[in-house]
Design a protein around this ligand. Structure first.
Ligand code: ATP
Length: 310
């Protein structure tokens, strides 16, 4: 038995390693959609996060096809340690920004700096290791809650995982389950909501402890107002210790408390500021988007009331 358990354990850990890379790859492929030929320069030094991961877009122009630019002379700064949101109409280039920071593609002109280093000059692996992503659709495995979380850091102790579980407020969910953290989730196990799934992904990322995190907000995650409020507070965990936290947001309510909101339109930065300063401008696109969403919320609310009456 002893002899057998060694190779089996070994296989188990190889399998887990494979799955962990799979998660990273999955998020990558979702962001990427196409294969690319970006490589490190020979002997490129690793990225040095000397200021906590400040990201600067300096006159960036980029298009997936040369004749169709998506970002046009785009300049902005995402300061380290602040909660920053990127918003804008569908197709304005929000996810493209994330793909460029990951260096799935190189800019056509201009440059992207992290803590002053042009990302084309640093080792690609070190760049990607520094960035964690919560993708729109989180891959969950048919395994226990504990195992699903641990993909963030395979060496995490049970205590570490439990701590994270608490921080993303999944302890409430787990408390009432007969098998607790050892409950299976996914197709053959417990079905969890879109929001809980994203919180699980956030837990993974907390374990991974990357200096820069991006949230590509899933609309399905925002099924309820409580869920929105929860996600907002959890966001704040990611900037502890001066880390960089960027949200690509579809619902403005989840990011209204960000210190900096960057409004994109047609590949350009149209407006920048916090919620109140952007709303104060009667003619801002932000105000227009906000009013549309608030009206939709009211309509939804009224519909819910109608349903209740029936
Ligand atoms: P949404 O809010 O709908 O997610 P977005 O602001 O994130 O939109 P992007 O995904 O950055 O927008 O896309 C910007 C534009 O680039 C779109 O017109 C899109 O069709 C185009 N695009 C995105 N990915 C590719 C690609 N791999 N190849 C070619 N065009 C692409």
């Amino acid at each position: 038995v002893f002899q057998l358990s060694v190779p089996l354990n070994f296989l188990g850990s190889v399998y887990r390693d494979m799955k962990q890379s799979l998660i990273d790859m999955e998020s990558l492929f979702r962001l990427q959609r196409f294969s690319v030929r970006v490589k490190s320069k020979p002997n490129a030094p690793p990225l040095q996060l000397i200021h906590g991961g400040e990201i600067t877009f300096d006159h960036v122009t980029f298009g997936y096809h040369p004749d169709r630019p998506i970002l046009k002379d785009c300049s902005f700064t995402i300061p380290a340690g602040e909660k920053v949101a990127i918003v804008g109409p569908s197709g304005s280039g929000k996810s493209t920004i994330l793909r460029l920071v990951f260096r799935f593609y190189d800019v056509t002109s201009g440059r992207i700096l992290i803590d002053g280093q042009d990302i084309r000059d640093v080792d690609l692996d070190s760049l990607r290791r520094s960035i964690g992503v919560v993708p729109q659709d989180t891959p969950l495995f048919n395994e226990t809650i504990m195992e699903n979380l641990r993909y963030g850091k395979l060496t995490a102790s049970d205590d570490e995982v439990n701590e994270v579980l608490y921080r993303v407020r999944l302890n409430e969910l787990v408390k009432d389950l007969p098998d607790g953290v050892n409950t299976m989730v996914g197709e053959r196990g417990l079905m969890i909501s879109g929001g809980e799934k994203q919180r699980l992904a956030m837990g993974r990322l907390l374990l991974k402890d990357a200096p820069i995190t991006f949230f590509d907000e899933a609309t399905s995650a925002l099924d309820t107002h409580t869920e929105q409020a929860l996600l907002r507070t959890i966001h704040d965990l990611f900037r502890e210790g001066g880390k960089t936290n960027v949200s690509i947001a579809h619902r403005l309510r989840t990011i209204a408390d960000a210190e900096k909101i960057i409004v994109l339109k047609d590949g350009k930065v149209l407006e920048e500021g916090d919620h109140y300063s952007l709303l104060a401008d009667e003619h801002s696109l932000y105000k227009e988007l906000w009013d549309i969403q608030e009206n939709l919320d009211i309509e939804e609310h009224l519909k819910d009331l109608e349903e209740e009456k029936k």
